[in-house]
Structures are given as C-alpha cells and as structure tokens.
Design a protein around this ligand. Sequence first.
Ligand SMILES: [Cu+2]
Length: 161
Amino acid sequence: MKNFIRLILLTTHLFIASHVAAQTITISNAWARATVQGQKATGAFMTVTSKENSKLVAASTPVAGIVEIHEMKMEKDVMKMSALPNGLDLPAGKAVDLKPGGFHIMLMDLKLSLTKDVAVPLTLTFQDSSGKKSQQVVQVPVSVQPPSGQGVNHQHGDHKH
Ligand SMILES: [Cu+2]
C-alpha cells in the first residue's frame, strides 16, 4: 500500500513537471512535408515561442534515423542548408518560425514514407540559459502543403535532396 501511494505521488510529480515545461515553451502550426515512396529525407516546420531565453538543441523521432536542426539561406545566389552546431536560439517571448526556406527540422534516413494525414511524434530537446534541458513531444501532422496561415508564400523553399 505504501508503495502504491508513493507511485501516485511520483506520477503526480512527473505530471506537474511536464506541465510546467509545456507552459514555458509553446509550439504551434507544426507540420512535416509528405514524402513519396523511396524519399529518404524531409523537413518538419513549426512556430516555437519560449517565455524565457532558451535553445532548441536536439530533436528525434522514431520514423527517422537522423534528425538535425537546419538553417537554409542564400549564399551567392545558391540556396544552402546546414546544421546549426549550437542549436536554434529562442529569445524570450519571440515567436521563432521554422518554415520552408528558413530554419527547419531535417528528418533523414526515413524508416517509412510519410503520407498525408498521419502524425509523427517528434521529441524536442530544449536547453535553458542555465544549461538545464527539458523535452517536449509534439505530434506533427504530415501535409503536402503548409497549413493555411503559415508560409504559403514560401514555395521556393522546397528541398532538393
Ligand atoms: Cu535541411
């Protein structure tokens, strides 16, 4: 009986801890681009707002062998993308957009095709200014087009893989 009560307390504690983390960092408009058969990589996009200075330092999902946080930018008229070695800065209170043509979460070594209307669980690891890490799991819907209201004018951002 004692163990049972302890288990309840522990579960409650975990619940509160994850609830606090969810309030500090808000994720909206998440989506991942659908893939065709044989395609090994795609991008996931979202808007991330942190109440305190924080960083997105890592991401993972069971559907991809490698997940990296990427930046895409023009370099001498050529679109280039590269991994952010120190993660993505999330300044306090600022909505940071991950969208086609800009920052994105790169899913590589895909284990299966991402067909539209399924959702992919994505675990995001954040690090606050004191170095403390926290994780948040987001269910990312797979879509062919960005959801309405996000990045619709950025069609040039398609990845060439
Ligand atoms: Cu990329």
